[in-house]
Ligand binder design. Sequence first.
Ligand code: 0XT
Length: 308
Amino acid sequence: LADQAARMRQELNKYAYEYYVKDNPTVEDYVYDKLYHDLVAIEEKYPELITSDSPTQRVGGQVLQGFEKVVHDVPLYSLNDVFTKEEIVAFINRVKKELGENVTFVCELKIDGLSITLRYEDGLFVRGATRGDGTVGENITENLKTVRSIPLRLQEPLTIEVRGECFMPKKSFVTLNEKRDEAGQAIFANPRNAAAGSLRQLDPKVTATRNLDTFLYTVVDFGPLHVANQFTALNQLENVGFHVNHERRLCKNVEEIWEYIEEFQERRTTLPYEIDGVVIKVNDFHQQEELGFTVKAPRWAAAYKFPP
Ligand SMILES: COc1nc2nc(N)nc(N)c2nc1C
């Protein structure tokens, strides 16, 4: 029976990966729901068969009295903001001055959400935390377990820490505010505040109702993923189970970067999530190491902020 429960868990986690990460479900919802309820029945009868990566454990946490502090082994740094094409040109020129002409950049969307860091040991999700001040954050593992796109077990038994954004899709934001308005509750000003409020809930059962989502964009130590640059790292992050934003693009020069920026300034209102800019990164990890960091931010990246 233990094997049967394990097979059901694996099947459910596969369906969830296809649905939430690959955005390409292979079964109808009722198939998932039926298998889920069959697993719940087995686990209720034989609680000793319950494991931490069972989808039935996503909304299990008790109501917390408060959040523990988490000291980040590797600080969550911030990005240098730029606001004009001239500043982008200056950034690219400075990078090429130090690295030579043979540099490729990755452009990614800057999601308007909350920075989170997720720790996995042997493939199992063990801890999730907020960025906080970059050095000390809050342990919100129980709340992050309720976010369906966060895998409870990776496709490989990796021990890694990944970072990204937790956000509330625009549609969920509108529905939530409609419900709150009808209930005479204060509405949230924007999806970012709604996501922050949802993650700061002491009761995970409330967080579970908020339809939060994630996009992961970096690994603290790329070693275990065996990747040499940001673009393949993003592909690998998706392969091992994380939700990664698909609008990433390799750019060789300012023209291609500016083209990407103009495209997403245009598409911003039609995207299902809010963005506040574009992040430009040197793609190759050795070149990133060569450039290093200033006190607060990497010298190999810049965040172009859209005009308000
Ligand atoms: C390399 O560091 C970063 N990379 C990022 N990438 C994206 N797409 N969005 C961010 N908000 C972001 N933030 C940081 C600190």
